[in-house]
Design a protein around this ligand. Structure first.
Ligand code: C5P
Length: 401
């Protein structure tokens, strides 16, 4: 793709270098357009070297090429990161007083804006109104992250991490905002069941697939709630952290009321220690063996199916990690009929390359139609493909209801 990356004048401009590098590494042709103020924070030599392209922010050079129109027309995607309050205000008013703002007005390509500013500026009524204007005009505006700001202060207003911006931008270019209006609840990660004050029973789930689904869904316009078990959460997504299966169950119950789709990507422990110790167990007291008495955790997904009764909402998607590659399809079909969910995404973990990896291979099983798809590749790509399958299933369900 031909991607224009606009950079405006904020301290987070230095992070745009990683964003550009990542897009170039993925094979995209990137044209960087910094504003004059952005060049106070990051130099054009750096941007030229990283983008492998010339950088000239001046509207009045090469005028004969009418470059603002040419750049706008030829772009497949425009990303502005970081976007200052001033850039957002000027874009909302249609002001075109430099090369970047001219290109933004001249393009018909999808535009993704990643704001970065202090919390007070983000929450200012003028900024909020300008953001609403951009969104109403079809410009995708990411939520800023909550975290450390320029000084010692922290709050909402931080630029989302470059990989989150890349994922959002590529999903926007591929699908537009086809999931707008949909409320999607996603669980990710692996639960940990305490044994004592320091030890737990856990599993190898890294949460990468669930987080990739959350980021892709958000980029495609869905309202996403992410419940993460023992993982680092993406900064720009509305999320809740949990540790144990029962905490995850409680968080799902709270978030469930508004969900149209629930995607249970988390690896939930089937058993927990019945009576974990508040103190650290000492081996001098325990002797040579340690017996742990485990009790079964509730099956959250199966309970969601039961609670739904005959209703078609929410649409329920389960995950399964299977180690018997030969019988993957049969195990997945057996599991979907046992769990009663609408879709099951089965991972072959026999090669032990899935946990923690950036790539995966999945088989998608449908409650009535059996195996309906197989996807392989980057977890972010698989996330997009899964969301497209879910999106395509929803109208069918509504028609059947
Ligand atoms: O039966 P199994 O644990 O393989 O099923 C996996 C699916 O069920 C996943 O979607 C997981 O999130 C969900 N699950 C659950 N509650 C449990 C165990 C698994 O919701 N106690």
């Amino acid at each position: 793709m031909r991607i224009v990356v606009g950079i405006t004048g904020g301290i987070a401009a230095y992070k745009a270098v990683s964003l550009v590098r990542s897009l170039v590494e993925q094979g995209h042709e990137v044209k960087v357009i910094p504003t004059q103020n952005a060049l106070r924070f990051v130099g054009s030599a750096t941007l030229e070297a990283i983008s492998k392209n010339t950088v000239d922010p001046d509207l009045y050079t090469d005028v004969a090429d009418v470059k603002h129109v040419e750049l706008g027309q030829s772009a497949d995607l425009v990303i502005v990161a970081p976007a200052t309050a001033s850039f957002i205000a000027r874009t909302a008013s249609g002001i075109a007083d430099d090369l970047l703002s001219n290109v933004v007005l001249a393009t018909k390509a999808p535009i993704l804006v990643a704001p970065a500013m202090h919390t007070e500026m983000w929450e200012n009524a003028a900024t909020m109104a300008n953001i609403a204007t951009l969104r109403a005009r079809g410009i995708a505006v990411m939520e800023p992250a909550d975290g450390r700001l320029t000084g010692s202060d922290s709050g909402k207003g931080r630029l989302p991490e470059p990989d989150e911006i890349v994922a959002a931008a590529l999903a926007l270019a591929a699908h537009g905002t086809d999931l707008a209006g949909l409320n999607i609840l996603i669980t990710a990660g692996g639960t940990q069941e305490p044994i004592d004050a320091v030890r737990f029973i856990g599993n190898r789930s890294s949460g990468k697939q669930g987080v990739a689904i959350a980021m892709a869904a958000r980029a495609r316009g869905a309202n996403v709630q992410l419940i993460g078990a023992n993982i680092e959460m993406p900064s720009s997504i509305d999320s809740v952290s949990v540790k144990t299966a029962s905490e995850l169950e409680a968080a799902v119950k709270v978030a469930l009321t508004s969900a149209d789709v629930v995607i249970m990507a988390a690896a939930v422990a089937d058993y927990r220690v019945e009576a974990p110790s508040d103190l650290k167990l000492k081996k001098d007291h325990l002797g040579t063996t340690l017996d742990l008495h485990l009790v079964q955790n509730p099956d959250i997904l199966a309970d969601l199916v039961e609670g739904r009764g005959d209703s078609v909402t929410p649409y329920l998607v389960g995950f399964a990690a299977e180690s018997d590659a030969e019988r993957l399809d049969a195990l997945a079909l057996e599991k979907i009929s046992r769990k009663g969910c609408d879709l099951l995404v089965a991972n072959d973990i026999s090669s032990s390359k899935v946990f923690g990896a950036d790539t995966t291979a999945v088989t998608v099983v449908h409650a009535q139609d059996g195996v309906i798809a197989r996807f392989e590749g980057q977890k972010s790509t698989v996330a997009d493909e899964l969301l497209t399958v879910i999106h395509d299933q929803l109208p069918e369900r509504k028609n059947n209801s």
